[in-house]
Ligand binder design. Structure first.
Ligand SMILES: Cc1cc2nc3c(=O)[nH]c(=O)nc-3n(C[C@H](O)[C@H](O)[C@H](O)COP(=O)(O)O)c2cc1C
Length: 328
């Protein structure tokens, strides 16, 4: 079997297949199955900023009323009393005890406010790394793109100030200059960037004439967007990239590695086929590597990225052969 080891989250992983954050990674039973199937790492279900913030606000007010001195800012021992935060801390600690693979905690957020202090509690609980799922839908026409982008840099800076474990970010593609943002983010001290997080997506029911939600799980073509950007950005990023969204087969995972990703994160395929599918991913990637004569991922990682004379293929947006002319 070829050597599937790689690096992401600032850590050595034995496989490039990472179980992405989802409700499947919220229980120790499932995490054990994921580890047994050979995942390189597991990202726990996210704790949402709001879950931290609400408690923070209430506690801060209480403490301010009781003791209006600067020490009240040491509020996080109080915050931790909150049930969902306590459960999360236990999940981190229990997962760490149960499996040998790296356990990565996850926080989803849309602001860089004081919740960032809580990251230290996650580190104390034993998480090997922390993934920040950062997202802003740039739907406010009165807010500049630079203000939106500043949120990413402020959040990373604040979290890096309070933890010493590696921190990675999972971002969307909603940027006016994605390459510039990724290049600059990659130099902030983070250990990796995952492209792209998948939002709750609205869809319209034409019978009910209502806006509802689209399919929760990915389909097999969604990988094309993150694949393109992995190919374009992998040589421009100072930190490793991972791909996510629509990676439903080992072949697709290999494409991301060829485009320059160090790893991929999967969720939907785990829902559809069970954690055991990770074994199949590892086996098939290894078989492909054997067939090609590759002994390690480093031997082919990024072979087809933009830097390696494929600029036209990655950046071309008009394709005469298909979209030009009058005949099809
Ligand atoms: C049911 C479900 C729950 C998810 N929950 C989270 C979450 O809490 N935090 C997060 O960062 N990503 C979450 N994700 C996103 C996944 O981690 C992953 O990035 C995304 O689904 C794309 O991968 P996939 O196409 O393999 O599903 C969730 C995905 C699904 C399907």
């Amino acid at each position: 079997m070829a050597n599937l080891s790689t690096r992401f989250f600032g850590l050595d992983l034995k496989s490039p297949i990472i179980a992405g954050s989802s409700s499947l990674t919220a229980s120790v039973d499932q995490i054990e199955k994921i580890a047994k199937a050979g995942a390189g790492a597991v990202v726990l279900k996210s704790l949402f900023e709001e879950e931290i913030q609400l408690q923070f606000d209430a506690e801060l007010l209480d403490r301010k009323a009781l003791a209006p001195d600067p020490e009240y800012l040491d509020y996080f021992d109080y915050v931790i009393k909150d049930e969902s935060l306590t459960r999360y801390i236990h999940l981190v600690a229990d997962a760490k005890k149960a499996v040998q693979i790296p356990v990565v905690a996850s926080i989803s957020c849309t602001t860089s406010s004081d919740w960032t202090q809580f990251a230290r509690k996650i580190e104390d609980a034993g998480a090997d790394a922390l993934e920040l799922n950062l997202f802003i839908i740039p739907s406010n026409e009165n807010r500049s793109h630079s203000l939106n982008e500043q949120f990413y840099f402020d959040t990373v800076k604040k979290v890096l100030e309070v933890v010493s474990i590696p921190v990675t970010v999972k971002i969307s593609h909603y940027f006016s200059n994605l390459a510039k943002v990724v290049s600059e983010l990659s130099q902030t001290g983070i250990a990796g960037i995952t492209l792209f997080n998948r939002f709750y997506t609205p869809d319209i029911d034409i019978e009910l004439e209502e806006v509802g939600n689209a399919e929760i799980l990915s389909n097999g073509t969604e990988y094309l967007l993150p694949l393109r950007w992995t190919g374009i950005l992998s040589s421009k990023s100072a930190c490793p990239l991972a791909g996510t969204s629509g990676i439903m087969s080992p072949d697709t995972a290999i494409k991301f590695l060829l485009a320059g990703a160090n790893a991929v994160q999967v969720a939907s395929v785990l829902y559809q086929e069970g954690a055991e599918v990770i074994e199949e991913f590892n086996r098939s990637i290894s078989k492909w590597m054997d067939g090609k004569g590759y002994r390690s991922i480093d031997e082919f990682k990024g072979k087809l990225c933009l830097k390696t004379k494929q600029i036209d293929a990655w950046e071309r947006t008009q394709f005469m052969n298909y979209f030009g002319g009058l005949s099809f």
